[in-house]
Every structure is written in structure tokens, then in C-alpha cells.
Design a protein around this ligand. Structure first.
Ligand code: ADP
Length: 479
């Protein structure tokens, strides 16, 4: 794959829109249109689902070992094309190129991991409850599935959904986000090159206005047995309600509001490094980004001062420039939201220590606001921007109460060297993912997912494949 410049060629996938209409994909760093992508709707989605149904019997009957070979080849092809995929990702999404490289490796790792995991879909035998009967439990692929993914990880979200589904023997139709469909298209193309049979993994694309039509077909089509969704809590709830009509299975990875708690006994430098990574990576546009930084009295001043030192060094710019650490936000509405959050925090008594404004285009100066109140928008909603909002606490009890005081429960982070406290916090904090003395927690080998309104189900690890399997109980009489 050649390095991408101003415009990109669409991959060779057979992609057709009935109307012939397209929508533009823009580079958020420059505002240039980099590709025109077909606008699809319910009819195209219906046809893709029918093809996925046709492809299902052969795919699910294939030996797990043979499916694994294809998935492994797919992962290898992604890594052979790492540079081109990373440039494509930065061009459509904006994140610094180094982060795109990390994402491509992370994305590819799901095909490798789940291909292997597919070989270990074990059933069970259960000691019988009647002398003439034997009891066996098997696991079957769910069937035809669909995925809907967001723009903040344009490569990793499609692979994190499709890898376990395909490894389990399901087929999938996936709709990537309208802002960033190109990475998903390129990855699907590599899947075909890796030997994926036609119809096993298909992409449908659409503009923002097409999403309800595509999603409506996906959730009302009787052939579809499961939806995997990552995105906002609002759309997750809507899709879950749509799926309820046919009791379709759902996995949902929704919004978060991650507390990042620094205790007096923390290693100061590690806490600052962790906050930098998990607040400013991807310009703060991840659902596990630290959203509320809570710092204990005794370390507060030292932490704030070190964080200001480090954040003021972050270079903002086009992600393709090597020194860039913070790229643009994805679109104007994201800039508007960040502006609203910063203004609201200051109005409620927050103190602006750094940044605080847009610097042209979709770029926002890395920002630090201290003394952020618990009722500020920034404490209650995901900011999804390069803005660190910091608040002070006195006791562990206060910190736990503040951290849990949200309908969300995806990720939390805490820094302390007290083992007993770590155990207490691990039990008291209502979040699916705990980063303890670290701000980096993503890997294909771990179960990623949230509790409360952050979602249902887990992605990655041995738990991740279960989401795409159905348990079947066989009772054999007359023995
Ligand atoms: P974000 O705020 O991160 O853009 P969204 O939940 O709006 O999150 O978008 C995540 C994904 O959901 C995108 O692929 C988007 O196109 C899709 N989406 C948005 N609205 C709908 C809808 N009504 N039905 C189906 N998909 C939708």
C-alpha cells in the first residue's frame, strides 16, 4: 500500500451504492476531502446480510484451524502494510502517526489472538441427573452478525468486533463511522487477500444521515442474530431497544467517565506520565481517557505543577509531522463541546492554568483546569478532548464516592503504593477496567468492557469469544 498523500484511492472492494451517490471523507488536520465513499442504505444492507447468510454454512463448518490460518494471514498482511495503513488512519482520523502505528499493531493482534482462541471453544460434559441419560454442552457460532463502530479507533474497532465473531464461525456485516470508513475498507480488502471467502466479512458505508437506515435494517432483519456496537451511550441505548424487538444478542461498548485518582503515596512521576498518556493520547478522544483527575491534598500542588510542565511541552499539529503529540479533533462539534466544557468549568469556579482555546481549524491547545467542581459538565460527561480537569480530595472514602458518582463504569485509574488500599479500591470502584499505577491498559489478551451505562459484554481475551457463541445443551436418553 503506497503512502497516502492528499487524496486516497478507495480499496478495490466491490462496493456499490444503489443511488450512485457518495459522501466525502475529510482529513481533520487540513479540511481537505481525501475520498468519496458510497452512500448506502437499507437495501444495500439487506443484500449484504443475505450474502452473509449464504456464506455462513461453509464458514461455520470450516475447521477452526483453517479459519485461524486465514485470520493469521490477515494479521500478517496488516503488519506488512503497517506504514500505509497507519498513514491512512492518521489522514482520516488525525491522530499522530506513532499512535496510528500502535493502533494498527493492536488491530492486527485481534485476528492473531482470536484465530487461536477459536481452536479452544471447548464444550462440557456434566455428571448426569438420571442413569439412562448423558449430558453434553456444545458451543455454536451465533450466526449472521452485524457491527457498528466509531471514528476514534478506525482500525481497532472493526477488528475487535470481527475477529472474535469470525473466529467463532459467525459472518459479519460492519458499518464503520462516516468520519473514518477508509481504514475498515482497507482492512476488509486485506481480509479478501488473506483468503477470506466472499460474504464472510462485508462493509456497508454511509453518511451520517444513512446511519439510522443502515442500523434500522441491521436491527430489524430476522437473519441477524447479534449486534456488536461501540459508540455513544445514547445510540447504544437506541440500538439495544431496536434489538429488543427480536431479542437479538447485543454487545455494547459505550461511553465512559474515567476517574484518575492520585493518592498522597503515589509515585509522582509515574502518576504524571500515566495522566499524560491516558488524558492526551488521541487528543483525549477515547472512551477510556481520564476524564476526572482527582488528586489528594498532600500531593496536589506537586502533581499539578509537574503536569503543567509536561503538558506545556506537547506539540500540537498534523499527525503526519513527526514531532506532533496532539492532533486535531475529529470535527467542529467536538471543538464546540470542548469549548463548552472549559467555559462551564471556569464559570463554576475552575482555574485555567494552561491552554483553554482553539488554535485554528480543529486544533485545540492542550488545557489544564484545576478546582473543577463535581457538577461541572466536564465532571459529568466525557469531554473527548485534550483537556485535563483536576479536583482535590482529602480521604479515600471521598475519592471512592466521587469516582463512583456517575452512571458510567468503563475505566478507572489509581496511583498508590499501598497494597491494602489497592485491594480496597479494586473492590469498591464500579468500573470494568482498572489501571493501577498505569495509564495504559489495552491489549488483545484482556477483557475490555464496562459496567452500568458503559455497556454489556467484553471484547478481547478468552472471554471475548463467548460473546459470539451460543451454548447448546444436549440431553441423550436411552443410554
Ligand atoms: P460518536 O458520538 O462517537 O460519533 P455515535 O454513537 O454517534 O458516537 O456513533 C457511533 C457509530 O454509530 C457510528 O458508526 C455512527 O454512524 C453510528 N450511528 C449513529 N447513529 C446511528 C443510528 N441511529 N443507527 C445506527 N447507527 C448509528
Amino acid at each position: 500500500m503506497a503512502p497516502m498523500s492528499a487524496t486516497v484511492d478507495l480499496p478495490l472492494l466491490e462496493l456499490a451504492s444503489d443511488s450512485g451517490e457518495t459522501f466525502p471523507v475529510d482529513n481533520p488536520a487540513t479540511g481537505e476531502t481525501i475520498a468519496e465513499v458510497p452512500r448506502m442504505g437499507a437495501a444495500e444492507t439487506r443484500r449484504a446480510i443475505a450474502r452473509a447468510e449464504e456464506a455462513l454454512p461453509k464458514w461455520r463448518a470450516m475447521l477452526a484451524k483453517d479459519r485461524a490460518r486465514i485470520l493469521r494471514r490477515w494479521a500478517d498482511l496488516m503488519m506488512e502494510n503497517e506504514e500505509g495503513l497507519a498513514r491512512l488512519l492518521t489522514t482520516e482520523q488525525g491522530k499522530p502517526l506513532a499512535e496510528s502505528h500502535t493502533e494498527i499493531a493492536y488491530a492486527a493482534s485481534f485476528y492473531e489472538w482470536f484465530g487461536e482462541e477459536g481452536k479452544r471453544v471447548y464444550g462440557d460434559t456434566i455428571p448426569t441427573y438420571a442413569a439412562d441419560r448423558r449430558i453434553v454442552v456444545t458451543k455454536d457460532p451465533v450466526g449472521v452478525t452485524v457491527g457498528i463502530t466509531p471514528w476514534n479507533f478506525p482500525a481497532a474497532m472493526p477488528t475487535r468486533k470481527s475477529a472474535p465473531a469470525l473466529a467463532a464461525g459467525c459472518t459479519m456485516v460492519l458499518k464503520p463511522a462516516e468520519q473514518t470508513p477508509l481504514s475498515a475498507l482497507a482492512i476488509a480488502q486485506l481480509g479478501l487477500e488473506a483468503g477470506l471467502p466472499e460474504g464472510v466479512f462485508q462493509i456497508v458505508t454511509g453518511a451520517a444521515e444513512d446511519a439510522p437506515l443502515i442500523g434500522g435494517e441491521m436491527t430489524s432483519n430476522h437473519t441477524v442474530r447479534k449486534l456488536g456496537f461501540t459508540g455513544s451511550t445514547e445510540i447504544g441505548k437506541l440500538l439495544m431497544a431496536q434489538c429488543a424487538k427480536q431479542v437479538k444478542k447485543v454487545s455494547l461498548e459505550l461511553g465512559g467517565n474515567a476517574p484518575f485518582i492520585v493518592f498522597d503515596d503515589a509515585d509522582l512521576e509515574e502518576a504524571v506520565t500515566g495522566a499524560l498518556i491516558c488524558k492526551f493520547r488521541n487528543s483525549g478522544q477515547t472512551c477510556i481517557s481520564a476524564n476526572r483527575i482527582l488528586v489528594q491534598d498532600g500531593i496536589y500542588d506537586a502533581f499539578v505543577s509537574r503536569l503543567v510542565d509536561e503538558v506545556s511541552k506537547l506539540k500540537v499539529g498534523n499527525g503526519l509531522e513527526p514531532e506532533t503529540k496532539v492532533g486535531p479533533l475529529i470535527e467542529q462539534s467536538a471543538v464546540d463541546k470542548v469549548q463548552r466544557h472549559v467555559g462551564d468549568a471556569i464559570e463554576r469556579g475552575g482555574e485555567l492554568l494552561l491552554g483553554g482555546e482553539g488554535i485554528g481549524g480543529l486544533f485545540w491547545q492542550p488545557t489544564i483546569v484545576t478546582n473543577v467542581s463535581a457538577d461541572a459538565a466536564m465532571s459529568c460527561e466525557e469531554t473527548f478532548g485534550p483537556v485535563a480537569g483536576i479536583a482535590r480530595f482529602k480521604t479515600e472514602e471521598q475519592a471512592v464516592h466521587a469516582a463512583n458518582n456517575t452512571p458510567y463504569g468503563l475505566a478507572t485509574y489509581y496511583y498508590t503504593r499501598d497494597m491494602a488500599r489497592i485491594w480496597r479500591l479494586s473492590e469498591a470502584l464500579e468500573f470494568g477496567i482498572h489501571g493501577i499505577n498505569t495509564g495504559l491498559i489495552s491489549s488483545e489478551v484482556v477483557p475490555f468492557g464496562g459496567v452500568k451505562e458503559s455497556g454489556i459484554g467484553r471484547e478481547g481475551s478468552k472471554y471475548g469469544i463467548e460473546e459470539w457463541l451460543e451454548i447448546k445443551y444436549l440431553c441423550m436418553g436411552g443410554v
